[in-house]
Design a protein around this ligand. Sequence first.
Ligand SMILES: *Cc1c(COP(=O)(O)O)cnc(C)c1O
Length: 362
Amino acid sequence: MSRPCDLMSKSLLAKSPYMTSDARGLIKLDAMENPYSWPGSLERQWLESLSGIELNRYPDPLAKELIAILRSTQAIPENAGCLLGNGSDELIQMLIMAVRGSGRPIVAPAPSFVMYEVLARMLDVEFIPVPLATDFDLDVSLFDQVLNEKNPSILFVAHPNNPTGLCYTDTSLERLVAANPGITVIDEAYAPFTDRSWLHRVGEYPNLMVMRTLSKLGLAGLRLGYLVGTPDWIDALERLRLPYNINSLTQHSASFALQHKEIIDSQAKSILLEREQLAGELRTCAVVEHVYISEANFLLFRVRDGQADAIFQELRRQGVLIKNVSTQGKLLADCLRVTIGTPEENAFFLQILQEFTVPDCD
Ligand SMILES: *Cc1c(COP(=O)(O)O)cnc(C)c1O
C-alpha cells in the first residue's frame, strides 16, 4: 500500500500547510478584514432573498448575473474579459497552473503577498523574489535585469502592496509591464482604499491583467475574486476553471452586495478616515519609529530596535491580534502590520502601544 511519501514529491511533503493564527476571543486586526457589518434592515433583506436559492441545484456555471453586475458596478472595460475565482487565491492558482508547462519562473517583488510564492511552490514552479528598495519602492533597474535574464511566465505586482501599503509610480509600472515578456498581473485587492488603479488600462498592453477581490471590502467570507484581461487570455484561462467554482450562495450574495454598493463605499470611506487618524496617532507613540504611507486598509509601522516581538505579544496578551511581519526579516525587520478596525478597536490598540515601555538598558 502506498504511503504519502511514495506518491508525493519530497519538496511537497517538506512544506507546512498554510496556517493562520487562532483568533478566537481576540480583536482581529491581522487579516485586513472590514470590521463593519451591514445595517439590520439590509441584512434582513439579504437573508430573505437567500430563501429563493435552490441548494439542490448546481450553481450557474458561468455566473452570468454576477458577471453582469460586476461589469456594470466595477468599471470593467467593455472589451475586456473577466474570469471569476473562489477568492483571488484560486485565480493565482489557475494562472500558475496555466503556465507551469512553460518551465518559466514566477516573479514578484519582495516583500509582497505571500500567496504568489506559496502557490508557485505548491505547483512546483520556480519562484523568484525581487527585493524592493529600502523604502519599499520598486528597484526598476533590478527588475529590468531579472525580467530580461529570467524570462518569467508571470510577474505579480500587488498594488497597493501587502504588507507595505505602498503604491508605485505609473512610470515604474509602465516600465515593468513593457519589459516583462510574460503576463503582468496587477493585484488590486486594496482598490477600495485608493484612487490608483490600472483597471482601465487593460487592453493597452496585450499581456496586462488586473485582479481584484471582494475580500477587503467586507465580503472575505464569500470568497470571490475576479481577473480582468484581454479576451484571448481570459478565454484561454477559462479552460482551467472548475465548472462550479463560484457557489450559489456566493453568486447570489455578491450580486446582492454589489447592488447595495453605497453601503460598501461608505464603509470603505470610514476605514480611510480612520487609517489617516490612526497613522497620525501612531507617529506620536514613543516606541514607534516610522509609520509608512498606506493606500490600503492597514498600516505598516517600524518599532524601536528589537521590540517587535515584545509588542506583538503584549497586544496579544491584552486581546489584540495584529500581524508580526518582523519574523520575515530583511526589509521587514522590526515591522508590524495592523489592520484598520472600528474606532473603538483602533483606540484600544493605540492605548496599548502608548503604554508600552521599552525595557531600559542604560
Ligand atoms: C488579501 C489579499 C488578496 C485576497 O485574496 P482572496 O483570496 O481574494 O481573499 C489578494 N491579494 C493581495 C495582495 C491581498 O493582500
